[in-house]
Design a protein around this ligand. Structure first.
Ligand code: LMR
Length: 399
């Protein structure tokens, strides 16, 4: 039967990295997958993570299974990070958290829970969104539709379009929102806009799923949770998926979480019991090491301070690259104004380049970006900035 299969298309993001690795050109540049690079082009293991690993290896006595939902300590620390230490939801039992294999694993558990346990049939994703949202949700059997998000002409949020799209969604359907650092556009609602969005979600009785993959990469851990705080002020049910791939640099450890917020502690426990069935019938229980690193760092004041400093360095470097990109494009007489890039947040920017430009950049200049025109700003550095900007200007026919 396998012989009846033809080759499937490569993944639109990870497939590019596979192609990049095959490219023999020495000066090739990979700005596709959302992986942070430092000014030397490395993706380092954070010092706080290294120290946590040292302690874990020294103290580890068993590799027995974790509980289906992971350790209670991890769950508690994740809630504190998402809601803030002082918020009642961090401790009052209305929120429960499952440790999942990365953010993608958390999204899949959330999607299975929506479909199998809440009988939700359709989920709405932003137009545009992370390439894999559609795939993960449809693999769980959800129908996927898109709501308006981005105003391409003005390079900003189409807030009016977003609200009117949401108002047309039938009650009890699901909506997936990005908590911060919108992937791929880098454009987030302001707290006032979040308040209005939350109002419409509540009024329309929509099931809200928040993808929180970049906490701390935008303006700060607390600042980046502003949207979540606006949502929980008006919604008493919510699904929040966290990822620690980017903010802890734990890409290959697959550390993530799904937090379910319910109106009462009893409802939260019932929801958790069902979500655990989704986990058990999928991957049984989570991998330990990445989550144990997150726990160790968050629970130790010194390690936590070290980690927050390293996170701030990553964030500052990305924001500096945004400014340098805009400046360099201007200095090279780019035929477009790229100042909007400095307003965007997180790892990504929507450059406005079309698939033809993307292909030219790849074929003629060895520069890899996602077909949508999304650039991984966290892969830019002073050493590759001129080459990238020259190539974009040449591709756009300016300079
Ligand atoms: C990305 O958008 O590049 C990252 O979230 C990595 C991935 O899994 O696609």
């Amino acid at each position: 039967m396998f012989e009846s299969l033809s080759l499937a298309p490569p993944d639109p993001i990870l497939g590019l990295t596979e192609a990049f690795k095959q490219d023999p050109r020495p000066d090739k540049i990979n700005l596709s997958v959302g992986v942070y690079k430092d000014e030397h082009g490395r993706t380092p293991v954070l010092a706080a993570v290294k120290e946590a690993e040292r302690r874990l290896v020294a103290g580890q006595e068993s590799k027995t299974y974790l509980p289906i939902d992971g350790s209670p300590e991890y769950a508690r620390l994740v809630r504190q990070m998402v809601f803030g230490d002082e918020h009642p939801l961090a401790t009052d039992g209305r929120a429960v958290t499952l440790h999942t294999p990365g953010g993608t694993g958390g999204l899949r558990v959330a999607a299975d829970f929506l479909k199998q346990k809440l009988s939700v049939n359709r989920i709405w994703i932003s137009q545009p969104t992370w390439e894999n949202h559609r795939g993960v949700f449809s693999a769980a059997g959800l129908e996927v539709a898109a709501y308006t998000y981005f105003d391409a002409a003005a390079n900003r949020l189409d807030h009016g379009g977003l609200l009117s799209s949401l108002r047309q969604i039938p009650p009890h359907e699901a909506v997936c929102l990005h908590a911060c650092c919108h992937n791929p556009s880098g454009i987030d609602p302001t707290p006032d806009q979040w308040r209005e969005i939350a109002g419409v979600l509540a009024e329309r009785q929509l099931v809200t799923l928040v993808d929180f993959a970049y906490q701390g990469l935008g303006d700060g851990l607390r600042e980046d949770a502003a949207g979540v705080r606006e949502l929980i002020a008006q919604l008493d049910e919510l699904l929040i998926v966290s990822s620690f791939s980017k903010n802890f640099g734990l890409y290959n450890e697959r550390a993530g979480a799904l937090t379910l917020v319910a109106p009462t502690p009893q409802a939260a426990q019932a929801a958790l019991s069902h979500a655990k069935i989704c986990v058990r019938t999928n991957y049984s229980n989570p991998p330990s090491h990445g989550g144990a690193i997150v726990c160790t760092v968050l629970a130790d004041p010194q390690l936590r301070a070290d980690w927050e400093r390293e996170l701030q360095q990553m964030r500052d470097r990305i924001n500096h690259m945004r400014a340098l990109f805009a400046q360099t494009m201007k200095a090279q007489n780019a035929p477009r104004d790229f100042a909007f890039i400095t307003q965007q947040r997180g790892m990504f920017s929507f450059s406005g380049l079309n698939p033809q430009h993307v292909q030219t950049l790849r074929e003629q200049h060895g520069i890899y970006i996602v077909n949508s025109g999304r650039i991984n700003v966290a892969g830019l550095r002073p050493a590759n900035m001129t080459a990238v900007c020259n190539a974009i200007v040449a591709t756009l026919g300016g300079g």
